[in-house]
Design a binder for this molecule. Structure first.
Ligand code: HPA
Length: 269
């Protein structure tokens, strides 16, 4: 199957570049990519140079794959992810997670900037579950049996043990880590106030345009998942207007806590 061949080709390419046996995949969302700059003994590749890899065009996304040591762990970090709203097929959006699994990662840390439904700007929210509101599913199509089952269980997509560790670590650092459900839309529009009222009723605490596809693929292949949202704004209807500049600006303010938290969590996972 073509997808499988592509995964193997990219895996072989990255291994040949020295990106061998990473333990943790890190997917760094809007404005959060700076964490990758702290990776030691780094091997860095431009997305453009990696076979079968997508391209990242959003402001605040660097488009680099960084391998190396962070908090004593071997990590493979995506500085910028691929969004569905850019016109990427879901296969491209989730391809890096497939490759992380193929390279030997046992876990992924997924991060994003999100609108707060029950939390305000500046909050770090541990994702304990999600609602897939993208209108599709990245596993539609022939199943990759080598990776996981046709009908994967999503009951424990976000690893419980990791959530406990995250709370302990946050407490030690004096970070007020909240917890909740992330609802993923396709974007690129922000939501309408009516949609946000509906999502609140559905049980969502935060809303965004990413993460859900990657976590579905991770869960399918048995990767453990830790998810963290940086809440950058009140979701539509709870504040005057929404814009990307504000998202970038608030992310700048919380990235210090964000980086500290992820590094400290990685040290104990
Ligand atoms: N909605 C969707 N995605 C987002 C938001 C939002 O309010 N803020 C940051 N990403």
């Amino acid at each position: 199957m073509l997808l499988l061949e592509n995964i193997r080709e990219t895996q072989a390419f990255l291994e040949e570049k020295g990106m061998v046996k990473p333990e943790f995949g890190l997917i760094l969302g809007s404005g959060l990519g700076e964490l990758a700059e702290e990776i030691e003994n780094a091997i860095i590749l431009d997305y453009a140079d990696i076979p079968h890899w997508g391209q990242s065009h959003v402001v605040g996304h660097a488009g680099k794959l960084v391998y190396g040591d962070l908090s004593g762990r071997k990590v493979l970090a995506l500085q910028g992810r691929f969004h569905f709203y850019e016109g990427n097929p879901m296969e491209t959006v989730t391809f890096p997670v497939r490759v992380m699994k193929a390279l030997g990662c046992h876990s992924v840390v997924v991060t994003n900037a999100a609108g707060g439904i029950n939390y305000g700007p500046g909050t770090l929210m541990l994702i304990n579950d999600h609602i897939n509101f993208t209108g599709t599913n990245p596993l539609i199509g022939a199943n990759l049996d080598e990776f996981g089952p046709r009908f994967p269980d999503m009951s424990n997509a976000y690893t419980k043990d990791y959530q406990e560790v995250a709370h302990h670590v946050a407490k030690d650092l004096g970070i007020d880590l909240k917890e909740g459900v992330y609802l993923g839309c396709s974007g690129p529009t922000y939501e309408t106030p009516a949609e946000i009222r509906a999502f609140k009723t559905l049980g969502a605490d935060a809303v965004g345009m990413s993460t859900v596809p990657e976590v579905i693929i991770a869960a399918h292949s048995g990767l453990k998942v830790l998810g963290i949202s940086a809440i950058t704004n009140h979701a539509a209807g709870f504040q005057e207007e929404l814009n990307h500049e504000e998202v970038v600006e608030v992310t700048q303010k919380i990235k210090g806590n964000f980086k500290g938290l992820i590094k400290a969590i990685l040290a104990v996972l």
